[in-house]
Design a protein around this ligand. Structure first.
Ligand code: FAD
Length: 406
């Protein structure tokens, strides 16, 4: 019987181990933590956004843009739904194509995966950190931090990336890949809040407001998001900010000139907003602040009035039409500057990773080292927020596992 080792018991590694065991291999799963799938429990705020009905390669980034599409074709969304049904988990859509376990509890996902690993007699070794992987005359030898040694015919490396270190995130997988002669594109934090340089914006801390955000890199439009924005003491958070964070961080780290423009009224154009403001001024009788307080959450008007230096107590009819124009322009197009990316502890995922140009997307086998396979987030593929990252774990894990065929 073919002996297969899986390094890392996250979603990708658990799936890989299941598919390898289903392919009649003797599988050993090494996990450095005390339990399997630590990140699964916190995904989707404890509900686990397993995948997305809109899954397509357009929702992924990689140095080779064709790679994610091939992987998703090899093991598709439909295959994923069937896989989970085969182990007793039905999925349900909540909104925007986002799929969750029908229980809306992440623990249900971790449970069915563990049950299947047990049923297939996968040898799960917890608290075992694999520190080295090298070829010997009998196959591929793994050595753990506790100096345990074992030799396998094939090894699947699915050790994740550095995001969320409290949940096992680390660069150890990348170290193993480097030692196996693979190139690793620098990791950086993705899907997280964004630091904003302008300190005056930090005064809006705690306010939630539906906005549209546009990212400009070196003066050229790059990416847009729309949804709830949460102002924080360091900058911006909430879905609208998190959705663009990957692109912002990438550009900031490349030392590009990056700006974000906030539209506080994405549903209406400049002219309509002007009209809305005039109506709120009650024929110009109210103060500017009173006027704006009718259409914005309190504290937001003060921020803008400070910025454009209009006295909040001034009667609306007494301010010049140029000032009103300036105010509307800022509300539609407030320019802010992102700072350095926030720490990995705030990040759901890491972008970058093992260079896909040396991985066969049909099998997930290394094209440099025979019988070495990769799966999951440690590879240079990162997806949008919305279940796309877990989908890549299920797909790449399943492909790596079933390619073992004992
Ligand atoms: C708060 C949060 C919410 C998220 N929500 C979602 C969501 O709703 N939908 C979605 O699609 N994605 C979500 N994600 C992202 C998703 O969880 C990750 O993309 C996914 O867990 C990556 O899986 P993985 O198996 O590749 O790596 P990991 O889950 O990181 O697992 C890798 C495992 O390998 C182990 N390991 C590392 N090195 C070694 C070694 N040398 N020896 C042995 N073991 C090792 C680690 O301890 C870890 O358990 C979220 C992430 C976070 C942090």
């Amino acid at each position: 019987m073919k002996k297969v080792a899986v390094i890392g018991g996250g979603p990708a590694g658990m799936t890989a181990a299941i598919f390898a065991a289903r392919s009649n291999c003797r599988v050993t799963l090494f996990e450095k933590q005390k339990k399997l799938g630590s990140k699964i429990y916190v995904t989707g705020n404890g509900t686990c956004n397993i995948t997305n009905l809109n899954c397509s390669s357009g929702h992924y980034n990689s140095a080779d843009t064709t790679f994610p599409g091939i992987v998703l074709n090899e093991f598709s969304l439909k295959d994923t739904i069937s896989f989970f049904e085969s182990i007793g988990l039905t999925l349900a859509e909540k909104r925007d194509g986002r799929m969750y376990p029908a229980s809306f509890q992440a623990v249900s996902v971790a449970d069915v995966l563990e049950e299947e690993l047990n049923r297939l007699n996968v040898d799960v070794r917890l608290h075992r950190r694999v520190d080295s992987v090298f070829y010997n005359k009998n196959g591929i030898k793994l050595v753990t931090a506790g100096k345990e040694e074992d030799t396998f015919d094939s090894v699947i490396v699915s050790a994740g990336g550095p995001a969320s270190p409290d949940l096992g995130g680390s660069g150890r997988g990348a170290d193993l890949a480097l030692k196996l002669s693979h190139k690793v594109l620098p990791y950086f934090p993705s899907i997280l809040p964004i630091n904003i340089i302008e300190k005056q914006l930090h005064r809006l801390e705690g306010i939630k407001w539906d906005c549209a955000l546009s990212v400009f890199v070196n003066g050229i439009f790059f990416k847009k998001s729309e949804g709830e924005l949460l102002f924080a003491k360091f900058g911006i958070s909430g879905p609208a900010a998190i959705d663009i964070s990957r692109y912002v961080n990438d550009a900031v780290l490349k030392k590009s000139d990056v700006n974000i423009f906030i539209d506080f009224f994405p549903g209406i154009d400049h002219k309509l907003l002007l009209n809305k403001i005039r109506i709120s001024s009650a024929g110009g009788k109210r103060t500017v602040e009173q006027t704006l307080n009718s259409i914005l959450k309190k504290r937001i008007p003060r921020y803008f009035l400070n910025e454009i230096q209009i006295e909040p107590e001034k009667i609306f009819s007494e301010i010049s039409s140029e000032d009103v124009e300036r105010l509307v322009s800022r509300l539609k197009n407030e320019k802010i500057t992102p700072g350095e990316p926030r720490d990995y502890k705030d990040a759901a995922t890491a972008a970058g990773g093992v260079d896909v140009r040396f991985i066969n997307p049909h099998t997930m086998e290394s094209t440099l080292k025979k019988n070495i396979y990769f799966a999951g987030e440690m590879i240079d593929v990162d997806g949008d927020c919305g279940g796309y990252n877990l989908q890549f774990c299920w797909s790449s894990g399943a492909i790596a596992g079933r390619s073992q065929k004992g």
